[in-house]
Write a protein that binds this ligand. Sequence first.
Ligand code: TIU
Length: 220
Amino acid sequence: MTSYKVNAKPYEFEFNNDSTALMIIDMQRDFLYPGGFGEKLGNDVSATNKIIPNVQRVLEEAREKGLLVIHTREGHRPDLTDVPVSKAKRGGGIGEVGPMGRILVRGEYGHDIVDELQPKENEVVLDKPGKGAFYQTDLESILRNRNIKNLIVTGVTTHVCVQTTIREANDRGYECLMLEDCCAAFDPKDHEDSIRMINQQGGIFGWTAPSENLLSAWSK
Ligand code: TIU
């Protein structure tokens, strides 16, 4: 089986296509398009939507290589019974009506994945109520059933759902490569700090690299 080596921090990330999944975290209209949750929280969504073409390039290549692709969406039941009281109080208006429908509610236009990254039929779409993709989802069974050991992680926001998912994955024994230019936070400092937190101390949570390093590893 071909093994690929990606120039990454803190050192080379080695993987093969069969045991690796591409995770695309919460690339939802609510976080990336004007009028959604991200903007409602007072953010400029140009910081997050600029990564769409980078994620698109990696997604196309991952599809070509036959990787398992997992898209996640943060959101809740329309009756909001699965929203913890703390999140309802401090969550930024979940369930309120915005220009793209009710904020972070399943089935609403704003809750779905951006047009540019719409999932194919054979790809996993994972609805999650929390920040981490493992919490209250069947992600762990999916990864086990497909014999996945490594996760290539992309999406938004870097310091919230991306970091939480990488930390959850790390505790469960998965090796994560976070693609720096395929993740974004509304504040670039949160993004940069997250990269450092992931790869510091010899890779305490995993590896980080620009996506071109992955693409060039695949092309060799
Ligand atoms: N608020 C914020 O930056 N992010 C979230 O609430 N969710 C995700 O990161 N997807």
